[in-house]
Write a protein that binds this ligand. Structure first.
Ligand SMILES: [Zn+2]
Length: 515
């Protein structure tokens, strides 16, 4: 190990024997330098191999990565002009998507609100289901790590208003979600154009933002409504100290959504005729209802929500898995975890949840220790958004650490972070503008044509499915962890999305030191 700048030797160690990594086909040698703890900037040099990119060791090594990845949500804001400021000249857009209307599939007609929210991904749609897990994950970031976050400024228009900035940013999306609830308590699936627009900046997309429903009675759908109920229930307890009337509003919305779900527990969404934007289709809303009941119970302690949770939770224990962390279609584990984290009253249920969580975490720790890149990803995890899966493994381990403290869970969570930030087969940082060798060409409309993309955005990452033409053309079907292209055209391996950035934010928050 050499010091950046002076190039003087800071640490010497013996490099391990080469071993074959099946997921990449690489011959990997382990260079262990945990003994080097002095803060500074370094690079690794190995005779016959070469030198690494420079990286930092220190308590604040991930502070900027946290700032940029959380602030990326400000960059995704819809319905307002955005400007990242003088330190990021040129990263700005004018107000966008102000024209809203009820789509014929929504059961209503005429003008609709189109206000606030985050652009979902590389496109400009806003989707309740994906907003649900993203916003829920970010609210949990606050609940678990708030003491470390409350002083962090994200340089937002709201900075300095007395509310922590992470909550200022999350509220932008909550406000849009609130606008998607009908008077009967149900929530429409999404607000998007009918099809994806061209690769233009957001204010140049002149299409109408439709509130889109299922096309038939009751038009609103259950997974969206349940995710909404869960998120609004969390918001009701999180915002209480800062804005009690807003917390009340969120709680009323969450209860109304639950009331609708009692009558409509399994109404599924499919894209209606003429609509081809993201679907987030899901044939089973039982896990979403479990999550909603658990968050409502944690916030209110009302027996109606706890009864639903206790009647249903046992069937979901097996969804706390060692081989697949939660995702947008699979949120049962979030319901279980929030019950245990919130000290749910039923001790047997809480103990069963903790046991299932530590059992899975122990398996993840053991597997990751054997992986030569020290990622928790299995060969079958290299799917669309595999980097989000890696981040969600990190979140799963850190949540389990909240249930039962174990330093191995923390270390393994951070192993996944190291994988995402450069310790991978491409030696690349999959977060834009983070590290010395970040990727450059996300499938992200506002970044199209820029020399450097908007900062803080996690790439989807390697995807063995190769569902886009660029991948099929340029990548022969090889080892799964190699199936990645840093090209704008590769939406199947290089798009960005709010639900992949959210667990990255969660894990990065776990690295921060309280101040
Ligand atoms: Zn917009």
């Amino acid at each position: 190990m050499r010091r950046s700048g002076s190039q003087s030797v800071a640490f010497r160690g013996k490099i391990g024997e080469p071993a074959k990594d099946p997921d990449t086909g690489d011959l990997v040698q382990i260079a262990e330098f945990s003994g080097l703890t002095k803060a500074g900037k370094y690079y690794l040099e190995a005779p016959g191999v070469g030198r690494s990119w420079e990286f930092s060791i220190g308590a604040d090594a991930f502070a900027r990565a946290f700032y940029l990845s959380m602030r990326s949500y400000y960059g995704q804001r819809c319905g307002t002009a955005v400007d990242l400021g003088p330190k990021f000249p040129g990263y700005k857009h004018a107000a966008c998507h102000a024209q809203g209307a009820y789509h014929v599939s929504s059961g209503k007609s005429g003008a609709a609100p189109s206000s606030k929210g985050w652009h979902d991904a590389g496109d400009y749609g806003r989707y309740i289901v994906n907003s649900g897990i993203s916003t829920g994950t970010l609210l949990w970031t606050w609940e678990v790590f708030g003491a470390r976050l409350k002083q962090i400024k994200l340089d937002l228009p709201e900075t300095g208003n007395g509310t922590p900035d992470i909550l200022n940013e999350i509220r932008w999306n909550l406000d849009w979600m609130l606008s998607m609830q009908d008077s009967d308590g149900g929530v429409w699936a999404k607000q998007t154009s009918e099809r994806f627009c061209d690769f233009v900046p957001p204010e140049k997309d002149g299409s109408v933002s439709y509130v889109i429903g299922s096309g038939k009675e009751p038009y609103k759908t259950s997974c969206a409504t349940a995710d909404f109920a869960a998120v609004m229930a969390i918001a009701a307890r999180v915002y209480r100290p800062f804005d009690a009337s807003y917390a009340d509003k969120c709680l009323v919305a969450a209860r109304a959504a639950w009331g609708w779900l009692e009558k409509n527990p399994e109404v599924h969404f499919r894209n209606p005729a003429g609509v081809s934007t993201g679907e987030y289709g899901d044939n089973n809303c039982g896990d979403e209802l479990l999550w909603a009941s658990a968050e409502l119970n944690r916030t209110t302690s009302d027996t109606v929500y706890e009864k639903y949770f206790l009647d249903h939770y046992a069937a979901f224990l097996k969804t706390i898995r060692a081989t697949e962390p939660p995702g947008w279609a699979d949120v049962g584990a979030l319901g279980l975890w929030t019950y245990a984290l919130g000290h749910g009253k039923n001790a047997d249920a809480a103990a069963a949840i903790t046991h299932a969580s530590t059992d899975a975490a122990n398996q993840i720790v053991a597997r990751t220790a054997k992986n030569l890149y020290r990622t928790s990803l299995t060969a079958s995890n290299y799917i669309w958004g595999s980097n989000g899966v890696a981040a969600n493994y990190g979140m799963q381990l850190l949540v389990t650490n909240e249930l039962k403290k174990d330093q191995r869970y923390v270390d393994t969570a951070f192993d996944n972070l190291h994988y995402l930030l450069g310790r991978n087969t491409f030696s690349i940082s999959w977060v834009t503008q983070v590290g010395e060798n970040p990727y450059h060409h996300p499938h992200h409309r506002p970044s199209g044509g820029l020399a450097e993309p908007w900062p803080g955005l996690l790439s989807g990452g390697p995807n063995r499915g190769r569902q886009d033409d660029a991948m099929r053309k340029k990548l022969p079907n090889g080892p799964p962890a190699k199936m990645y292209l840093d090209e704008l055209a590769s939406y199947a391996s290089n798009e960005i999305a709010i639900n992949w950035n959210a667990p990255l934010v969660f894990v990065l928050a776990g690295t921060l030191v309280a101040n």
